[in-house]
Ligand binder design. Structure first.
Ligand code: DI6
Ligand code: FE
Length: 410
């Protein structure tokens, strides 16, 4: 007789994400033990020894894998609400950056905050995502831009996961912007990343992947390649902020390194799409930044779809171009603005988001995978993309443990 399961949900609609669509199972059952799914399937086919310590009937509620936000800059000091007002009065994002605002403003605030303060400022943002079903969160550095501050950011990112019981994957984005001490010396800063920041962060075990902002207002393809060569030498996977404001061939560059993902992609060419398809690189769509910047050029969604490039959707939560505290709202934007189907959007925040992080142990409901799952207050999967805002979460498990941000009132 096997040990009893830790939990069993009955009478639910399972969106397993198995196969190429939602993998829906009506009148389903989901069991777990020791943090892993033991059964995900029809209730009628439950194995005989499915006794569980806690059994809940969900009255036909929808159950999905835990949501995965695969692209965030969630840790940062201060905010840039005043820049939001400046932009409403006609200032452009670039003009604000050139006058010392933008990322540089967040760098100053992040460097000035000690680790406890940075954690305290970041907790409410992580809690907001947890409350709406995000069980795995990617968090980038990139507002420190010196060794001590980049390590501080990455430690805070990991601490958020420990504190809230969420899974956190950390990405080093030291190549996000040029710090003031390296003004006019971008190549020297890239060398500092490669010789000092990246090796130290990797040595400290704080880096799961490496990213760069390949853009005219940030770093060139050659500088990006230099950082990626360093990441490859350290055995770290890469991902890239690619072709967001112009076509610098970022998507093809990312694909040439076998990147986990290329993100933004508004200006990606047909060649870039083909390169991503050949490399298996995931397209991470970030409609929050597109919306906040009032962009007009859409990513090549139909080309990506036709080429079979996996589509993921994320918040790009950051203080400048995407102060978006809701992955579900990102899903609504992906459908409404980018014309994804609800099935594409939901797969984009589960199985394809897991792939964008190089994770195969989550993002689907199947025996042996992590017991990260959400029971919702809706029956229709499309309702998760349809409702704009609101609290639709009914129950949440991270590795089988009850994780409710409301339980962490601090
Ligand atoms: N692309 C973006 O839209 C953000 N970073 C990036 O690489 C902007 C981040 C900020 O404005 O703080
Ligand atoms: Fe970003």
């Amino acid at each position: 007789m096997n040990a009893p399961w830790d939990g069993l949900w009955l009478d639910c609609r399972l969106a397993t994400m198995q196969g190429e669509d939602l993998g829906l199972i009506e009148d389903g059952a989901l069991g777990w033990r020791d943090g892993l799914i033991t059964y995900a399937g029809a209730r009628a086919q439950l194995p005989p020894d499915h006794a569980a310590r806690q059994v809940q009937s969900l009255d036909g509620a929808l159950v999905t894998p835990g949501l995965i936000d695969c692209h965030t800059h969630l840790v940062f000091g201060g905010d840039r609400a005043h820049e939001f007002e400046l932009r409403l009065h006609g200032a452009s994002y670039e003009e604000i950056a050139r006058s010392g605002g933008g990322i540089a403003a967040s760098v100053r605030a992040t460097r000035a905050a000690d680790e406890a303060a940075l954690l305290a400022q970041s907790l409410p943002r992580a809690r907001a995502l947890l409350r709406e079903g995000v069980t795995t969160l990617e968090i980038k550095s990139g507002y420190g831009l010196d060794l001590a501050s980049e390590l501080k950011m990455l430690r805070v990112a990991r601490a958020l996961g420990t504190r809230l019981g969420m899974q956190v994957r950390t990405t080093l984005l030291a190549a996000h912007a040029l710090p003031p001490e390296y003004a006019q010396r971008a190549d020297d800063y890239i060398e500092h990343i490669c010789s000092t920041i990246l090796p130290a962060a990797a040595q400290a075990g704080l880096v799961d992947a490496v990213d760069a902002f390949c853009e005219k207002i940030a770093f060139s393809p050659a500088q990006t390649r230099r950082v990626f060569d360093c990441a490859r030498a350290l055995g770290l996977p890469v991902k890239l902020h690619a072709d967001q404001l112009s076509d610098l061939g970022g998507a093809a560059l990312a694909a040439s390194f076998g990147a986990l993902s290329a993100d933004h992609l508004e200006w990606t060419s047909a060649q870039g799409v083909q390169a991503m398809a050949a490399a298996g690189t995931v397209a991470v769509l970030l409609p929050g930044a597109w919306y906040a910047l009032r962009e007009t050029r859409l990513p090549p969604i139909e080309a990506l779809r036709s080429a079979g490039v996996p589509l993921a959707v994320a918040t790009d939560l950051n203080p400048g171009t995407s102060p978006l505290l809701s992955l579900r709202l990102a899903l609504n934007m992906a459908c409404t603005l980018f014309r994804l189907t609800p099935t594409e959007a939901l797969r984009g925040a589960t199985v394809n988001a897991a792939r964008a992080l190089g994770l195969s142990d989550r993002g689907r409901l199947a025996a042996g995978l992590r017991a990260d799952c959400v029971a919702w207050q809706v029956r229709e999967p499309a309702a998760l993309c349809y409702w704009i805002g609101g609290d639709l979460t009914r129950a949440l498990r991270v590795g089988g443990a009850c994780a409710d941000a409301r339980a962490d009132p601090a």
